[in-house]
Design a protein around this ligand. Structure first.
Ligand code: GLN
Length: 192
């Protein structure tokens, strides 16, 4: 399985490490041609306004949108979750607009810029998940096609809409591979 990792900016190397540890092949994506033959794409954390601008400048926004609309699975984490969302509260920044969600950026308060906490994610089984939040967004509201997979502090932090998976935290910064494995299992079984 070949998984592209959007590598315009942000935490893409860590995602590649996690994906490889799960047995996938990876490819850094910076140019439209590098989207060819991918089984799936990961959009990492970073800075969503910058990432949106770069997606337009590198002519990746429309091709990624089209591939996703044709069924290519995408896993967006943190800024990647923002990029997947149709709506960003109070902002007109460019996004892929694929998930029927409304997100709040930098939503966990200024005093606590980053923190790690145990989050219960029922689809991953019993043990809680060590979620790392860094100036994290959360999903404020979801449309009917969106399945909420986890919440923290009553805020939605993990959701899925068909082949699209979005996490407010950084699964690539922990040794726990279960969320990457979950995404890859969706990709290989096409259960969406
Ligand atoms: N705060 C960033 C944004 O709004 C996201 C932070 C992250 O990806 N770690 O784009």
């Amino acid at each position: 399985m070949l998984v592209g990792v959007l590598a315009l900016q942000g935490a893409f190397i860590e995602h590649e490490k996690s994906l490889r540890a799960c047995g996938a092949e990876t490819r850094q994506v910076r140019l439209p041609g590098q989207l060819k033959d991918l089984d799936a794409l990961v959009i990492p954390g970073g800075e969503s306004t910058t990432m949106g601008k770069l997606l337009i400048d590198y002519q990746l926004l429309e091709p990624i949108k089209e591939l996703a609309q044709n069924g290519m699975p995408i896993f967006g984490t943190c800024a990647g979750l923002i990029m997947l969302s149709k709506d960003v509260v109070g902002s007109k920044q460019p996004t892929l607009g694929l998930m029927d969600t409304s997100v709040q950026r930098n939503a966990f308060g200024r005093q606590v810029d980053s923190f790690e906490t145990a989050v219960s994610i029922p689809v991953l089984g019993g043990k809680s998940y060590p979620a790392v939040f860094i100036r994290a967004p959360y999903i404020q509201s979801v449309g009917p096609g969106v399945e909420v997979l986890a919440a923290y502090d009553e805020k939605i932090v993990l959701a899925r809409q068909g082949s699209l998976l979005a996490a407010a935290f950084h699964p690539e910064l922990t040794d726990d591979l279960r969320l990457h494995q979950y995404f890859l299992s969706l990709v290989s079984t096409k259960k969406f």
